[in-house]
Design a protein around this ligand. Structure first.
Ligand code: NI
Length: 177
């Protein structure tokens, strides 16, 4: 497996609408493995292909992994939301492409998702609670949407200012990286 390069805000690849992915083959499985490794190494719970510079409708999620659990990765190729609950929830979200930042975002409390899995099989799951939030966050990436687009302009401007300030400070601390 290999760690992939992560693209961060405001890279334009994060703003593209991703193309439908082709059939799951060995090459795609290798890419899914690499995406999962990249996500784990960077401490994320979800990663969408545009975040590693590939504008295709592919994502990986592991909403269960922590110090005490080995994890339960879900690979989704061409996911589609086929049902969403009327109920909505507000939860705190972060994103590997918007490093170090967090904000509260409103999402559907549960969604039913149809997708192709790691083995090329059609699957459908009912995502609830935290998994529902992660699925919606990652699927947004496939449409060029970041969670910061779903907060108020005032909060977004503050968050981006903070991100840029932290990047500058980091650049001063690590002049050779
Ligand atoms: Ni994200």
């Amino acid at each position: 497996m290999a760690r992939l390069k992560l693209y961060e805000y405001p890279h334009p690849v994060l703003r593209q609408k991703a193309e439908k992915a082709g059939a799951v083959d060995k090459k795609m499985q290798k890419f899914l493995d690499d995406m999962l490794e990249t996500m784990y190494e960077d401490g994320g719970v979800g990663l969408a292909a545009p975040q590693v510079g590939v504008s295709e409708r592919i994502l990986v999620i592991d909403a269960e992994r922590d110090e005490n659990h080995p994890g339960n990765p879900i690979y989704m190729v061409n996911p589609e939301i086929v049902w969403k609950s009327e109920e909505k929830v507000v939860g705190e979200e972060g994103c590997l492409s918007v490093p170090g930042q967090k904000a509260e975002v409103e999402r559907y409390a549960s969604v039913r998702v149809h997708y192709t899995d790691y083995h090329g099989k059609e699957q459908e799951i009912l995502a609830e609670d935290f998994l529902a939030i992660v699925v919606q966050h990652e699927m947004d990436h496939l449409d060029g949407i970041l969670y910061i687009d779903r907060i108020s302009r005032l909060k977004r401007n503050m968050l981006i200012k903070k991100l840029e300030k932290e990047r500058k400070e980091k650049a001063v601390e690590q002049p050779h990286s």
